[in-house]
Design a protein around this ligand. Structure first.
Ligand code: NOJ
Length: 562
């Protein structure tokens, strides 16, 4: 029997889709996306096969950091609608079998949050200890600056109370003091509030920063124990809710954030983004050589028990390359973003994939085929399904946060307002709405949207990919990544060619027995396994294939004919 899908661990074979309500769909013609507009677009998400929407921050904000500077954790920014609109969206999504998670941004608040306004009013204020204050920036505190374009220190002097407060991000985002039990209680209340309103968990922002208390007046006795407490609390409120964490550290350090089941640290994050795999994938693409990605997959620790990695091609920030060596980063810059304006903070790219590869569909498809076959839960960023590009005229990271392109007219079907009133400018030129939009691609069986839908469908039909054990196989050519996903009773062999020329793949696995038929899940070129588990297959330039060990369930006609 094949593994039957169980929704208890729904995140293991989820298709997560990240979007910003502000740039997705406007319903009232004011030029700003809103919850009512998003709700109208639910069928697009459903047709694509999305099973979980991740909402970027939609809370009241001063927009210093695109919503990651929150002024009220318990509300909806009035530009985006009301709490009522939010719950209508969650309910509609659930009706289509789509869960909703949202950013939990509790490392910091906006400087305009009433807690901080109170905190900075006097040293004796009720909320003073909700933030981190020092007379002088300490020697032993954090030194690395996340936004080097705007900041030179993580400490900012506050004139009125003559002390410094800590901020890991912009100075307008003071860090909360999690060592303070009142703050921890409040964080739990925030999580409880949104789960009560229907969220199925959170994408936890900046997890290592949230937990770090080095150089601060008060310490968390054990940060991991605190994270395990948060997870346990969430589990008590809603047994299916998840924590998907942003942890961009070396593999061994990131893996600690999954927790150690069976110890006092228990379960921590349900999923962690695989930043290293993502970066090495780009290096592999730049070199036409699968080796860097294969190495990442071999080095990547297995998550404990029910935890999972979350894989992605692009997220909403700069495409960070911070975990590559300087030379490797330079290679990726040279291949995919040679101009200074395409780069950000010296560590990443503010581009989307299609323009990076000059619109070469073979290369974009290769990346998405990897996304849906590599071990881990795939996370899409809105617009990837149609191959949107970026607008480098937009500031910083906003380049990739342009309005969703629904139609080919000059308003992109995003709003009836004048595009000059949109939160970010539309993409222009080759990847702009006239050439890249949902409406046209729905009519076109060969479009990127059609291909993505097919990949999502095949991924959802192949539990081996989401539940199975993965192993990298020899491929006979460095350009090729061959990996096999196996469950007790099934196997899928995935082949990816990073080179711009065709290759003949020769791979083998003792798990494949001679004579077994491998069904081509995306085409019509089935393959039969040779003696000793050897498989030979051809791959087009940048080609990919998904080959699955057939069972009677796949093709009853074939089974009875045998
Ligand atoms: C990570 C988010 O992805 C990013 O957009 C934001 O600037 C920082 N955390 C601060 O919240």
């Amino acid at each position: 029997m094949r593994l039957t899908r169980t929704s208890d661990l729904w995140w293991k074979d989820a298709v997560v889709y990240c979007l910003d309500v502000e740039t997705y769909q406007d319903s009232d013609g004011d030029g700003c996306g809103d919850f009512a507009g998003l709700t109208q677009r639910i069928d697009h998400l459903d047709r694509l096969g999305v099973t979980c929407v991740w909402l970027m921050p939609f809370y009241p904000t001063r927009e210093r950091d695109d919503g990651y500077d929150i002024t009220d954790f318990y509300g909806v920014d009035p530009r985006l609608g009301t709490l009522g609109d939010f719950t209508e969206f969650v309910r509609t999504a659930r009706d289509r079998g789509i869960r909703v998670i949202a950013d939990l941004v509790v490392n910091h608040t906006s400087e305009h949050h009433p807690w901080f306004e109170d905190a900075r009013s006097s040293r004796d204020a009720a909320h003073r200890d909700w933030y981190v204050w020092r007379d002088e920036p300490p020697e032993d505190g954090p030194k690395d600056i996340v936004f080097p374009d705007a900041e030179t220190s993580v400490w900012e002097y506050d004139e009125r109370t003559e002390q410094y407060y800590m901020h890991r991000f912009y100075k307008q985002q003071p860090d909360l003091n999690v060592a303070n039990p009142e703050v921890r209680d409040e964080i739990a209340r925030i999580m409880g509030f949104w789960t009560q309103l229907g969220l199925s968990g959170f994408r936890v922002d900046a997890v290592p920063f949230l937990l770090e208390t080095d150089g601060q007046p008060d310490q968390l006795p054990d940060p991991h124990e605190y994270l395990a407490d948060l997870r346990a609390f969430l589990g008590r409120r809603d047994g299916e809710a998840i924590l998907l964490g942003e942890v961009n550290l070396p593999y061994e350090d990131t893996a600690r954030f999954f927790g150690e089941p069976g110890t006092s640290r228990g379960d921590e994050l349900t999923m962690c983004f695989d930043f290293i795999g993502m970066q090495r994938m780009y290096l592999s693409m730049a070199r036409g050589d699968a080796t860097p990605l294969a190495r990442a997959l071999r080095e990547r620790p297995e998550p404990p028990r029910d935890a999972h990695w979350a894989t992605f091609v692009r997220n909403h920030d700069e495409l960070t390359l911070d975990k590559l060596s300087d030379d490797e980063r330079a290679e990726v810059f040279a291949a995919f973003g040679p101009e200074k304006d395409m780069q950000l903070y010296d560590r990443g790219l503010r581009r989307r994939l299609p323009p990076m590869v000059d619109g070469d569909r073979r290369r974009t498809e290769l990346a998405y085929s990897l996304l849906f076959t590599l071990p881990g839960t795939p996370v899409l960023f809105y617009g990837e399904e149609i191959g949107m590009g970026e607008n480098l005229a937009a500031e910083g990271r906003q380049a990739v946060r342009t309005p969703m392109q629904w139609t080919g007219d000059d308003k992109a079907g995003f709003s009836t307002a004048d595009p000059a009133d949109y939160p970010n400018p539309l993409v222009e030129g080759e990847f702009g709405p006239a050439r890249v939009n949902v409406h046209d691609q729905r009519q076109d069986a060969g479009s990127q949207l059609a291909v993505l839908r097919r990949l999502v469908e095949s991924y959802r039909e192949s539990p081996e990919l989401s539940w199975g054990a993965h192993e990298i196989l020899p491929a006979g050519d460095d350009a090729v990544l061959a990996h096999l996903a196996t469950t007790g009773d099934g196997a899928v062999l995935a082949l990816h060619n990073f080179a711009g020329h065709g290759v003949e793949v020769e791979t083998e696995s003792p798990r494949l027995s001679g004579g077994t038929l491998l069904t081509d899940l995306l085409g019509e070129n089935d393959v039969t396994v040779g003696e000793g588990g050897k498989v030979r297959a051809e791959l087009e330039p940048y080609g990919y294939r998904w080959l699955r060990v057939s069972t009677p369930l796949d093709d009853p006609a074939r089974a009875t004919a045998d």
